[in-house]
Design a protein around this ligand. Sequence first.
Ligand SMILES: [Zn+2]
Length: 149
Amino acid sequence: MKFLCIPCDHVMEFVERQLPGDGTLAAVFACGKCQREMALLTNPMETQFVSSMGIKIGGREVPTQPMEVTRTSLEGGSDAAFRPSPSAGSSPGAVEWSPDAVERLQRVPSFVRGMVKRIYTDYAREREIRVLTPEVMDTARSELGLEGM
Ligand SMILES: [Zn+2]
């Protein structure tokens, strides 16, 4: 499994992998050209799927098509995601993060934080939850099978 940095058309290099022991898997890749980083995050079911496909994260397998997850994490992968966007508060789908929830998000490893934030934000938006609190995060986590995030 390989990821391509789309702007550079450069194969991203495997940097590190974490197996927290709860069945989830997190792997970070970086572009050698622009230094942009992205992370792959799987829940336990997906980790099994990836294993059963014989895909080695960071291994030398044949490149696959760039996955949607690549684009997702590229969009939300930096701390800039925490700054309110110009439309925050005015757009109907805007989700606000409570100070408690932001604090909790800061404890997530930085290389997956953008992606985790996006997962929770999408979850809240789909359910028309306006303020994301730690309680919402708990519910989302068990509903989405993201234990450990
Ligand atoms: Zn790049």
